[in-house]
Design a protein around this ligand. Structure first.
Ligand SMILES: [Zn+2]
Ligand SMILES: [Zn+2]
Length: 267
């Protein structure tokens, strides 16, 4: 395997992932990864979407757990501290404070909701409405996330397709503008392999899809491959296959992180 880090691991604190943290790390060691990082869903104020994330009162313990594991596994695998941060309009200052309080190695930025009350999902199930409006709003928020300066990596770029609807052709320009914004902000783009596990997709594939990855490579946007593991066996999911695809697309290096500094390593 030539992808040697996985930065997108969840923990049971988010209420929809299972398995002890050690089991995730052990699986990463078995695969021969050099770095592994937890990036659980960040807490939000006022119990927003509290059913799929840790409580604010748990954040200290989450950070302490990861830092403890860093010591336990020193010499075997490098443990990194990350968080998957929801981008929600109006909560930028809240997120900024959360980011400033802990020694993160990286921040993954995600758009899971299209509204500030977390009532409208980015991938409404069995969506039968206006796909053009859905995609347009989603990409608008990804551009705001990219220009917010809050994150290092844009996670699962086209997760809106989990609605079961594919990108409406007229929105190709929106997609390109969004990639251009990521480029302008000098952010890394995540290739998230979890789409291969999601039955809602029209066909199993990564987020983003290969044609979008090809565009990102042409723009020289740094890439990182992550599993979005919600259970230990999912760590490193489809990494060998993805490394092959990336090489065939002309990608020669991937991004690594430490203390919010990015470095490129050979693929
Ligand atoms: Zn999750
Ligand atoms: Zn996510």
């Amino acid at each position: 395997m030539s992808i040697t880090s996985d930065y997108h691991l969840h923990t049971p604190r988010c209420k929809h992932a299972k398995g002890p943290l050690e089991a995730y790390v052990e699986h990463a060691c078995q695969l021969g990864l050099r770095q592994v990082g937890f990036a659980d869903h960040n807490p939000l104020p006022n119990k927003l979407a509290a059913n799929v994330r840790m409580d604010e009162s748990e954040l200290d313990d989450y950070v302490a757990d990861v830092l403890r594991l860093r010591d336990c596994y020193r010499g075997q695998i490098e443990m990194l501290l990350g968080i998957e941060m929801d981008y929600i309009e109006g909560l930028e200052a809240y997120c900024e404070k959360m980011i400033a309080r802990y020694p993160w190695d990286y921040i993954l930025g995600s758009v899971h909701y299209l509204d500030s009350e977390c009532r409208v999902s980015s991938w409404p199930r069995r969506f039968t409405g206006d796909a053009t409006a859905l995609y347009r709003r989603y990409f608008e928020l990804v551009r705001k996330l990219a220009s917010s300066g809050l994150c290092d990596v844009v996670a699962h770029f086209d997760v809106v397709k989990r609605s079961g609807r594919s990108l409406p052709a007229p929105l190709d320009g929106d997609l390109r503008r969004t990639l251009a914004e990521i480029d302008r902000a000098d952010l890394c783009l995540e290739i998230n392999t979890s789409g291969h596990r999601h039955p809602e997709l029209a066909k199993p594939e990564s987020y983003p899809s290969l044609p979008i990855i090809e565009q990102a490579i042409l723009l020289k946007i740094p890439l990182t491959v992550n599993s979005d593991a919600h259970e230990p066996s999912q760590v490193g999911f489809k990494f060998t296959e993805m490394a092959g695809k990336l090489r065939r697309c002309g990608c020669r290096s991937v991004a690594t992180f430490r203390q919010r500094q990015r470095a490129m390593v050979e693929l």
